[in-house]
Design a protein around this ligand. Structure first.
Ligand SMILES: *Cc1c(COP(=O)(O)O)cnc(C)c1O
Length: 236
């Protein structure tokens, strides 16, 4: 990881400009050392996301306290206890079992944990996320948990350069997001479910995601430069 300060500044500027007032920019900080991460705060990125529990716990004491920190990676049930209450938002809620564990840990701490439900748009087995068709039923189940508040959705899509395919995936989830948001207005038994945050788009596809309605983009390489380790190890 050796991005120069000038490069970092230019990358941040470009991403912030693209996001404009439409979307928040989350810097995906996996493999990036805390000292480098801290540099982006004064450049204007105030939101970061980690996707490994161990790495987050190690970096946490070294990170600028002003950052808003999210957890964006796949979360194993037995590790939820390390994360609940330590991050402002968990993007990867995707099973009833995980919800149960987050509920238990949040209840124990006397807090309400904000989460996004992760949606797997391409049906890829290797990635987490509930299918779009299962989302309504899943939200019904989650709405029973008093210590979880669902604030929106995170979408994961297959890696592809084909803009039409990407657009189709992103548009599908955006429509669903808006549908649920409207349903929610008079759905009092889903009081802890709201649709405010639509986390869509990474370095290679954020331009399309923004066109399709994303209001939070998650950018790693586009800010910090290429990562050294193989993609398989970082699949969400
Ligand atoms: C790594 C990661 C990102 C950012 O990926 P880039 O391609 O580096 O922009 C976004 N979301 C999740 C869940 C990630 O793990």
């Amino acid at each position: 990881m050796s991005v120069s300060d000038i490069q970092l500044q230019n990358n941040v500027k470009a991403v912030l400009a693209a996001a404009g007032t439409k979307a928040r920019v989350l810097a995906a900080t996996k493999t990036v050392d805390a000292a480098t991460v801290n540099k982006i705060y004064d450049m204007g990125v105030h939101l970061i996301g980690e996707n490994r529990v161990q790495e987050l716990l190690e970096k946490l004491p070294l990170l600028d306290k002003r950052f808003e920190i999210h957890f964006i990676g796949r979360l194993q049930r037995n590790k939820a206890k390390y994360i609940v209450g330590k991050v402002a938002l968990i993007h990867s809620l995707d099973s009833a079992e995980l919800a149960q564990e987050i509920e238990k840990q949040a209840s124990r701490r006397g807090i309400v944990q904000d989460c996004l439900v992760e949606v797997n748009l391409g049906g890829e087995q290797a990635k987490g996320g509930v299918a779009l068709e299962e989302l309504d039923g899943f939200l019904q189940r989650i709405s029973g948990f008093e210590h979880i508040r669902v604030r929106g959705l995170m979408g994961v899509v297959p890696k592809t350069e084909e803009k039409e395919k990407l657009s189709a995936f992103f548009t599908k989830i955006t429509k669903k997001f808006i549908d649920i948001k409207h349903q929610n207005v008079d759905n009092s038994n889903m009081a802890n479910v709201s649709m405010e945050i639509l986390s869509l788009g990474m370095t290679h596809d954020y331009v399309t995601a923004l066109e399709c309605g994303s209001n939070l983009i998650r950018i790693g390489e586009g800010i910090f430069g290429a990562r050294a380790y193989p993609p398989a190890a970082e699949e969400n």
